[in-house]
Write a protein that binds this ligand. Structure first.
Ligand SMILES: [Zn+2]
Length: 92
């Protein structure tokens, strides 16, 4: 899967850790896609904050994520891409 995707998956999973400790608000707009959607948004935010290169996101992570099949908890790939990008390109 490669290091960029591995890093992005870890960022997503850290989102679940933060959810577990109630460090993330549950009333944000992205929660319409559930806890998994929030974790995708969080991953984007964390990747940007930690200096993860934009090229690695755009060229390695998002094309893989875009192919993800949706299931009962995970949104389809294009929505997951949108959530991850919304987090990554968020500006205060
Ligand atoms: Zn997840």
């Amino acid at each position: 899967m490669g290091k960029p995707m591995g890093t992005a998956i870890l960022a997503h999973e850290l989102g679940h850790v933060c959810q577990g400790y109630r460090l993330l608000p549950i009333d944000a707009a992205y929660m319409q896609y559930g806890l998994e959607g929030q974790a995708d948004y969080f991953a984007g935010r964390l990747l940007a904050a930690s200096g993860f290169p934009q090229a690695a996101l755009e060229n390695h992570v998002l094309p893989i994520l875009a192919q993800a099949q949706g299931d009962s908890t995970h949104a389809p790939g294009p929505i997951r891409v949108m959530l991850t990008k919304a987090g990554y390109y968020w500006h205060p």
